[in-house]
Design a protein around this ligand. Structure first.
Ligand code: SAH
Length: 500
């Protein structure tokens, strides 16, 4: 007491105890508890600590026990700071109690069910104490591993992604994450169970989902999540969507065609919904370039084809679905913008495909990706025109360009040119120059989001058809579109929202 400076402080341990069965504690956890002066554990107001009960056989009468009892378990409190405020006060007070032991040179072991740094209460002590005292965390077997072990089925294999979700997330967020991932574990069920169940349903993962309650503890229960009575679900339970490779979902009751777009380039611009549809399809149908963006999955059939003959490709997909297959038709960008959705719906409007279910999922279109790279040129009214005269006469295109130009619309020009279509851009430029200033900004965006991305802003009069190919999109400004040089010397373009 008289010489604070020379007395060493005690050590702090966060001790993972595993999921429940005491024999799943690590040797190190047992050693640390044996050497500790103080054993601390969190509990609810009823005072029963799951952590303490796991470690019970290693506790001795000479251990000083510190029960850190949560002041509340529901989210109602009269604390001025609300639920958070009440909890913060509790953690501060608990940390101060442990600090007093550490200052007195006593070793403190904070027990944590599962792993201490995995959604554990220990973390609140760690954040407040670890920078002040020598601290060590002893990892533990998590409920994720325990649940998978009890289900006895692979959780993830090969390139599969495992997503761990707290059930406290909003339903929409859960559904998006569940749709996009391969395997998932949803923690913190209990009161969140109905929301989690709905999210599994909306993401079409309910049939795969398993339920594990009190894994490796007494009263353990496992089963199909869909068959679990929501009223019976405690906090100590998880939902598991195991490996799709190891547990291929049952074939669908009915075939279906889902028309999806991969976005203009890589996975950053793929929606979670589309990612999910691509993963759960039995057959992928599409133009080779777009199919190549979709990772190969075991058990999935890929039908790559040439860019032409869209109606044949659509019919092929519908025929597979009619025979009961779950088919994804893959386009680039958005599937409804100059892409496969119309071709599929056209064929699906006729016999014998009228009854085949078809869904179109939205995607990000090239114009929006290109616009974002260049600034905000589409910030006001704009028109979208394909310059390809493969499916419509050039005179129709010219007429539309004239009308859009006369209406002072910004223009997004898809399919501006290719190896065989070389004169369209020059013709379009000359036509637009009849209505627009030569200095009108044009965004020339090529391979946006891809390895050869280039985005330049040129004057309309200087637009060179030689620089345009199949992977280019053009955004032509209106009379209002501005080009600004920024402090870092980059040029951006934007169209004001206010007109005139
Ligand atoms: N469904 C697609 C468009 C298909 S038409 C979409 O919504 O984006 C094909 C045209 O799209 C190309 O000729 C080009 O004009 C444009 N395009 C598609 N991806 C692009 C990208 N990453 N960069 C620039 N243009 C792109």
């Amino acid at each position: 007491m008289n010489d604070q400076h020379s007395r060493p402080t005690g050590r702090l341990y966060g001790v993972g105890l595993g999921p429940g069965d005491p024999s799943l504690m690590t040797v190190r956890a047992v050693e640390v508890i044996a050497a500790a002066d103080v054993v601390a554990y969190h509990s609810a107001r009823h005072g029963r600590s799951i952590a303490r009960s796991i470690a019970e056989r290693h506790l001795r009468p000479d251990h000083i026990e510190e029960a850190l009892v949560y002041p509340l378990t529901t989210e109602t409190t009269d604390h001025p700071g609300g639920y958070r405020g009440a909890l913060d006060d509790f953690y501060e007070e608990a940390a101060a109690r442990l600090a007093a032991h550490l200052d007195a040179g006593r070793t403190v072991a904070v027990l944590a069910e599962g792993d201490p740094l995995f959604y554990g209460s220990y973390q609140h002590m760690h954040k407040r104490l670890a920078h002040r005292y020598p601290t060590e965390v002893i990892p533990g077997v998590t409920s994720v591993s325990a649940a998978a072990a009890r289900l006895g089925t692979p959780l993830v294999e090969a390139d599969e992604v495992l997503t761990i979700l707290p059930g406290t997330l909003p339903e929409e967020e859960l559904a998006a994450r569940l749709a996009a991932t391969d395997a998932a574990v949803v923690m913190k069920l209990g009161r969140t169970f109905p929301t989690v169940r709905r999210a599994l349903e909306r993401s079409e993962r309910l049939a795969e989902a398993r339920y594990v309650e009190r894994a490796t503890m007494s009263g353990e229960r496992t089963g199909a999540l869909a068959d679990t009575d929501p009223a019976s679900v405690p906090y100590f339970s998880v939902a598991v969507v195991p490996s799709r490779i190891a547990n291929p979902p049952a074939p669908p009751e009915r075939g279906e065609v889902v028309v999806v777009g991969t976005g203009p380039a890589g996975p950053l611009w793929l929606t979670p919904e589309t990612r999910g549809a691509l993963a759960s399809a039995q057959d992928l149908v599409g133009y080779t370039t777009y199919l190549d963006r979709v990772p190969v999955r075991p058990g999935q059939c890929r039908h790559a084809s040439d860019n032409k003959v869209e109606s044949e490709r659509a019919e092929f997909a519908l025929e597979l679905a009619r025979r009961g297959r779950r088919v994804a038709v893959v386009s680039g960008g958005d599937p409804g913008v100059f892409a496969m959705a119309t071709a599929v719906l056209e064929v699906a409007s006729e016999d014998p495909y009228r009854d085949v279910p078809v869904r179109v999922l939205p995607g990000m279109t090239a114009a929006h990706a290109a616009a974002a790279r260049a600034g905000a040129p589409l910030g006001h009214d704009y028109a979208v025109v394909s310059l390809s005269d493969r499916l419509k006469p050039w005179e129709v295109i010219a007429e539309r360009l004239r009308a859009a130009a006369a209406a002072d619309l910004v223009l997004a020009l898809y399919n501006p040119g290719s190896r065989s279509r070389v004169w369209q851009v020059g013709k379009a430029r000359d036509l637009l120059l009849e209505h627009r200033e030569p200095g009108t900004p044009v965004v020339v965006a090529r391979d946006v989001g891809g390895p050869e991305e280039s985005v330049r802003i040129v004057r309309l009069a200087d637009l060179d058809p030689g620089e345009v190919d199949m992977r280019t999109i053009l955004l032509v400004g209106s009379s209002q579109t501005r080009v600004v040089r920024r402090g870092d010397d980059t040029e951006i373009t934007w169209t004001p929202r206010r007109y005139g």
